[in-house]
Design a binder for this molecule. Structure first.
Ligand code: NAP
Length: 175
């Protein structure tokens, strides 16, 4: 099974303000995310992403995303799975769960702390970043700082409405 990490970032690498808000991102980014979640039939997210998005936004809510498997990753063994979500306790457990369901591509949707955990463990195969033309001076990074280096192979770039740029990479696992 492959793992695809897909994030929308500011040109300086942030995914949310420090307080977790994301209203500097355009609406169409959410629609594109929903389409991909539907196609891949799963989403894998950190507990903080679930909490922030669920508490902040009614319309842009994971409850409304039409895919079968919605995984929340947490270290907290007491965290109760919300209705129609699955709770797992490590990146490896997330992958194993989706493999058993027959999912071909795990759709890792952040946030930055969970992304780094997957990257550090060498579990990400493909990376796609949508760079949104809006700077925020401080915020939550796309990858939480940690000890890793990861060579990438550039695949393609494209321009999206609203001056956004999409960049696709493959992770060089043999390096
Ligand atoms: N722009 C975008 O594309 C985008 C995408 C997604 C999210 N976001 C934003 O990003 C922010 C959240 O990102 P974040 O970096 O603060 O948090 P996060 O990565 O979403 O979640 C961190 C939490 O995930 C769990 N976790 C992380 N590594 C784990 C591991 N190895 N094993 C088990 N559980 C693990 C822990 O949950 P516990 O504390 O419960 O143990 C940890 O506190 C939100 O504001 C969200 O809106 C933006």
């Amino acid at each position: 099974m492959k793992v695809l990490l897909d994030m929308v970032i500011s040109p300086n690498g942030y995914i949310a303000r420090e307080d977790g808000s994301e209203d500097w991102l355009p609406d169409e980014g959410w629609d594109e995310f929903v389409d991909l979640a539907k196609e891949l039939n799963n989403i894998v997210m950190g507990r903080e992403t679930y909490t922030q998005v669920t508490n902040r936004y009614e319309e842009y809510n994971f409850d409304n995303v039409p895919c079968e498997y919605k995984l929340i990753v947490t270290r907290n063994r007491d965290f109760q799975a919300p209705d129609r979500y699955v709770v797992v306790h490590s990146p490896e457990e997330a992958i194993k769960y989706l493999q058993v369901q027959g999912v071909e591509t795990a759709f890792l949707i952040g946030g930055g702390k969970l992304n780094s955990e997957f990257i550090k463990k060498g579990l990400v195969d493909q990376l796609q970043l949508t760079v949104n033309p809006y700077l925020i001076g401080k915020g939550r990074p796309f990858l939480a700082p940690d000890d890793f280096e990861m060579p990438l192979t550039f695949v393609e770039s494209s321009e999206l409405p609203g001056g956004r740029a999409k960049l696709k990479y493959i992770v060089q696992k043999d390096k």
